[in-house]
Design a protein around this ligand. Sequence first.
Ligand SMILES: Cc1cc2nc3c(=O)[nH]c(=O)nc-3n(C[C@H](O)[C@H](O)[C@H](O)COP(=O)(O)OP(=O)(O)OC[C@H]3O[C@@H](n4cnc5c(N)ncnc54)[C@H](O)[C@@H]3O)c2cc1C
Length: 559
Amino acid sequence: MNTRLQTPLAATVSRLDRLFPTLTPKQVTRIEAHGRRRSTTAGEVQVEVGDRAFPFFVVISGELEAVRPSETIETLIVRCQPGQFSGESNVISGRPAITRLRVTEPGEVIQLSRDELLALIQTDAELSEILMRAFILRRLELIAQHLGDIVVVGSMHSAGTLRVNEFLTRNGHPFHYVDLDRDRDAQELLDRFRISVHDVPVVICRGQNVLRNPTNARIADCLGFNESIDQNRVCDLVVVGAGPAGLAAAVYGASEGLDVLVLEASVPGGQAGSSSRIENYLGFPTGISGLDLTGRAYAQALKFGAQVIVAKGATRMACDGQRYTVDIDQGAQIRARAVIIATGAEYRKPTLDNLSTFEGAGVYYGATPMEAALCAGEDVVVVGGGNSAGQAAVFLASSSRRVHMLVRGPGLADTMSRYLIRRIEENPAIVLRTHTQIVTLGGEGKLERMEWRDEQTGEVESHDIGHVFMMTGAVPNTAWLSGCIALDENGFVKTGPDLASGDLASTKWPLARPPYLLETNRPGIFAVGDVRSGNVKRVASAVGEGSIAVAFVHQVLRQ
Ligand SMILES: Cc1cc2nc3c(=O)[nH]c(=O)nc-3n(C[C@H](O)[C@H](O)[C@H](O)COP(=O)(O)OP(=O)(O)OC[C@H]3O[C@@H](n4cnc5c(N)ncnc54)[C@H](O)[C@@H]3O)c2cc1C
């Protein structure tokens, strides 16, 4: 292999001491109490790319270096000197290593297994802060420098490319993107290999597998996202859904000593993860992007030892036996002593003839910087009058030429927070069109035009606009509950005082006590967040309910 070391990452960062801190002798002693000291020899590889549940090292003497190898070159990431330590996010999550760690100068290290490291950060607050911060910042640097083990070759006009990019981004996995719309050579190469437009994106995973328009589950398998998780044990608590409600339940449950397994059909973060800026969540006066907020919550859940299976959804709940069983994609069954349902809701899709043809190719259900970049300088349409539509309109107005906001009703007052209405009114780039609905979508391969109708005058207008954001309310993700749990007339899960005597009779409620707040008509099965009937559809209420439900889970497990 032709080895060429490039500029070390460490030399390019200004927050050097936070990324690569040097521990004090007292801190090193506290770490050593959890692991063991051993000597190293020059050239010895401590962690190889692809290793699972790999150890964590603190250098006592000598030197270690972390590199990211590709087929032809090695990129030097950092050299760890005495007092410094190895690792980034994967050492906590248990996912396969994406960098190689080897000894450059012999000496001594302290070595901790992943379990020992998890025990350390759960008990030592000071070290937990230093290590978590460094691991997360290092991961962000790898993402910024595209130093991952996966290449995505795609077009931003393809729904599959948007999906894959979003999946990797929201999983915090670094990747290199080759844009076919800009890179003619790459397009020519794909043509020669007869890779058609339906095969895009092409994903090259770990330099080995070439995947054509793979599902998220296929990518998760290839990158080994779920490999370190034992799916056969009986958990204390299974949380289904990793939006704000599920992540809160995971953080509180795992931090209070429960064995928690989280199942996520797509990526952690839920609807909140697709929000460009959340401004009403307590403690963030200047707002925070949904990706940031839920990314931190995800890291926090992992830090406390919760295990999160991604890209595998619950397909069925079996509730006839003594313990509950949740079936997941690809046939596995998860057994648990208690279950928290946190599967949230999904955007309602308007009935428009060829809507699915343009999904991801002009029709979007979330407005993040990724979608905003696609329509910079152009006209866009936002459909809906709720808070998420208002946020999207305000966000898109900063980069688009004009935002047409289409609402069916007479205005926004009944459906949107006052602060958003004021921003919309004050923004000259946003045009509010009331009593208006889209009636047709058109275009070749991607959305190019649409017609909308004024329901009061009946007048139909045609516009050459290629981007529409559908923000038209949500339907609950409860189909997988397969009749096991009482739902309200709109399909949301009924809990606590909302359960009628008939709901309890239908499951032969076996206990003397009535269901707890947030408990369904099955003992030990709770529902939290947007999926719950009567829930206030906010991040704060989802987080609050997730944490409250854990308190009741403790009571159920004690009974
Ligand atoms: C664009 C947008 C902007 C928003 N902005 C704000 C805001 O500024 N402030 C605010 O307070 N609220 C905001 N909201 C609302 C807020 O995001 C939701 O109330 C909150 O995300 C609900 O959290 P949840 O965990 O209950 O559900 P969700 O966020 O819907 O998460 C549910 C999770 O469950 C997963 N799931 C679904 N089915 C299954 C299955 N069968 N198996 C496994 N997993 C499954 C989903 O993939 C998802 O990750 C916004 C919503 C959107 C869409």
